[in-house]
Design a protein around this ligand. Structure first.
Ligand SMILES: *Cc1c(COP(=O)(O)O)cnc(C)c1O
Length: 461
C-alpha cells in the first residue's frame, strides 16, 4: 500500500489562561447522573469534564478581545464601542444600519415585530427554534422550503442547506408575494446538522425573491462557517478569502439577525442589520422598549467592544479552519470505528444516531437520552439529546411525537478544547459503543409541561 503523507495542522493560538477541570471517577459520575435524573441538562457544570452541550456563548475570547473589555465605554448613550461595532459590521458584513440586541433572539423578535403582520407567511431553509417562535408570535406562519436532502441524515449532498426554488415558487403562487414579508435564510443550518447553502443557490434565491419584491433576511449567526464550506466545496471560491465570501453572501440579502454568541467568539451579544432606512427607523423605535437604548441594545459597552474585535478574528481562515477541523477530526475517527453519525459532518457539531447505536432499545425507552447519560458516565463528556424527549407530545392525543431522527448532539465550543480532549471524546464514544449490549433504556419519572427536555427526570429500566 502506498504510504499516505499526512501533514497535521494545529490550533492557530496558544494558551495564556487556564481553567482547571475536575477529574472525577466513574463511580462519582454514576452518582452525579443518577442525581441529575439521567438528564445532562441537570448536571452541575463542575461535574462535567468536557462540555459539549452547546457552542452558544461558550467560546474562548482572545487576549485582544479581553484587552478590549477594559476599554468598555459604559456611557448610557453614544458609547464609543457602539460606533466601533457599527464600523466593523459595515466593513465586514456590508449592511448600512446596525441595531444591537442582547442576543440573537432579541434581534429576531424586533425584525419579526417590524415586518410580519398576522396572516403572513415566512419561508425559510428549515426552522430554528427561536426564529420560528418569534415569527409565529408576530402572527406569521413558517413554511419550510429547504431541499428534501436536508431531512435525510445519510445523504451526502454538499449543500444540504440550499433553498428548494420550486417550493418557494409554489408558496409565492399559492399565497401571493404581498403575503410574504421576507424569506428567512440561515447559514450552516443548525437543525439540519450544521449544513451550508451554496453561493449559487443563494444568488438564484435572491433573483427569484427580487422578481417578486420579497426581501431576504439572513440569519447570519453561523455565516462564517457557511463561508468556509463555500470556500472548500464550491467551484470558483477556492481562492477567495472568508471575508470576501461573507460580504458577497450578505450582498444577496437585505438585512440580517446575528447571535454574536457563535461566530463572533464572545459570551453574550447580538445585533440586527439592515439596508433599509425605514426598517432601521422602526427597529430603533422598538429596541428602546425591549432591549435598551439604540446604542447599547441590552449589552455592556465592553461586550460590544469584544464583539467588534471578534468580527475581525472570525474571518481569519485559520481560525475557522481549526474550528471546523476539530469537528471533522472527531467525525472521521468515529466513522473509522463504525460509529453511526449524521453525514456529512457539519460545521459545529457531531450527531450520533442513537437508533443505530442502540438498535435493541425502543424509541419509547429513550435511546438518545440513554446514550447521552452513558457517555457522561464513561468519561464526563456532556452531550445532549435531540430525539423523542426534545420532540415533546402531541397536544391532541397526548402521545409522544416519534421523530424520525433520534440523535445525541456533541457541540464544539470555539477555541476551548484541545486535540487530546477530542481523543478522549472519540475513545469514550467507541468504548460506549463496544458496551452497547449491556445497556437498557430509561423511563421518565418527571415530565414538565413545556420544553420537557430541559428538566425531565428519568430512572434506569
Ligand atoms: C443560537 C442561534 C440563534 C438564537 O440566538 P441566541 O443568541 O441564542 O438568542 C438563532 N439562530 C441560529 C442559527 C442560532 O444558532
Amino acid at each position: 500500500m502506498a504510504k499516505i503523507k499526512k501533514r497535521s495542522w494545529a490550533e492557530p493560538f496558544k494558551i495564556k489562561v487556564v481553567e482547571p477541570l475536575k477529574i472525577t471517577t466513574r463511580e462519582y459520575r454514576e452518582n452525579a447522573i443518577q442525581e441529575a435524573g439521567y438528564n445532562t441538562f441537570l448536571l452541575h457544570s463542575e461535574d462535567v469534564y468536557i462540555d459539549l452541550l452547546t457552542d452558544s456563548g461558550t467560546n474562548a475570547m482572545s487576549d485582544n478581545q479581553w484587552a478590549g473589555m477594559m476599554l468598555g465605554d459604559e456611557a448610557y448613550a453614544g458609547s464609543k464601542n457602539y460606533y466601533n461595532l457599527e464600523e466593523k459590521m459595515q466593513q465586514y458584513y456590508g449592511y448600512k444600519y446596525l441595531v444591537p440586541a442582547h442576543q440573537g433572539r432579541g434581534a429576531e423578535h424586533m425584525i419579526s415585530q417590524v415586518l410580519i403582520r398576522p396572516g403572513m407567511y415566512v419561508p425559510g431553509n428549515m426552522y430554528f427554534t427561536t426564529t420560528r417562535l418569534h415569527q409565529e408570535l408576530a402572527g406569521g406562519t413558517f413554511v419550510d422550503v429547504i431541499i428534501d436532502e436536508a431531512h435525510d441524515p445519510q445523504n451526502q449532498h454538499p449543500f444540504k442547506g440550499n433553498v428548494d426554488l420550486q417550493k418557494l415558487e409554489d408558496l409565492i403562487k399559492k399565497v401571493g408575494a404581498d403575503k410574504i414579508p421576507y424569506l428567512s435564510i440561515a447559514g450552516t443550518v443548525n437543525m439540519a446538522g450544521g449544513q451550508p447553502f451554496s453561493m449559487e443557490n443563494l444568488k438564484q434565491t435572491y433573483d427569484l425573491c427580487k422578481k417578486h419584491g420579497i426581501r431576504i433576511i439572513f440569519d447570519a449567526t453561523r455565516a462564517v462557517e457557511n463561508a468556509y464550506f463555500i470556500k472548500v466545496r464550491e467551484k470558483g471560491y477556492e481562492d477567495k478569502t472568508i471575508a470576501e465570501i461573507l460580504k458577497e453572501m450578505c450582498s444577496y440579502t437585505d438585512g440580517a439577525t446575528v447571535s454574536a454568541k457563535k461566530d463572533l467568539y464572545v459570551n453574550i451579544g447580538g445585533f440586527l442589520a439592515t439596508n433599509e432606512y425605514e426598517v432601521f427607523e422602526e427597529t430603533r423605535n422598538i429596541v428602546v422598549v425591549y432591549e435598551g437604548l439604540h446604542t447599547y441594545g441590552g449589552i455592556a459597552g465592553r461586550d460590544m467592544e469584544a464583539m467588534a474585535r471578534g468580527i475581525e478574528e472570525m474571518v481569519e481562515y485559520d481560525q475557522v479552519r481549526a474550528r471546523i477541523g476539530q469537528v471533522e477530526y472527531v467525525g472521521e475517527n468515529l466513522l473509522k470505528h463504525g460509529i453511526p453519525i449524521v453525514e456529512p459532518v457539519g460545521g459545529h457539531a457531531i450527531f450520533l444516531d442513537a437508533k443505530k447505536f442502540y438498535p435493541h432499545i425502543q424509541q419509547v425507552d429513550f435511546p438518545a437520552q440513554t446514550l447521552a447519560a452513558e457517555i457522561y458516565i464513561d468519561s464526563g463528556v456532556r452531550s445532549m439529546e435531540r430525539g423523542i424527549v426534545s420532540a415533546g407530545r402531541n397536544k391532541e392525543t397526548g402521545d409522544h411525537y416519534y421523530p424520525k431522527l433520534e440523535l445525541v448532539r456533541l457541540t464544539f465550543p470555539r477555541r476551548v478544547y484541545t486535540q487530546a480532549h477530542c481523543d478522549v471524546m472519540i475513545e469514550s464514544i467507541v468504548d460506549t459503543f463496544e458496551n452497547r449490549d449491556k445497556v437498557k433504556g430509561l423511563k421518565m419519572v418527571y415530565e414538565p409541561k413545556y420544553l420537557r427536555f430541559f428538566q425531565a427526570r428519568f430512572e434506569r429500566l
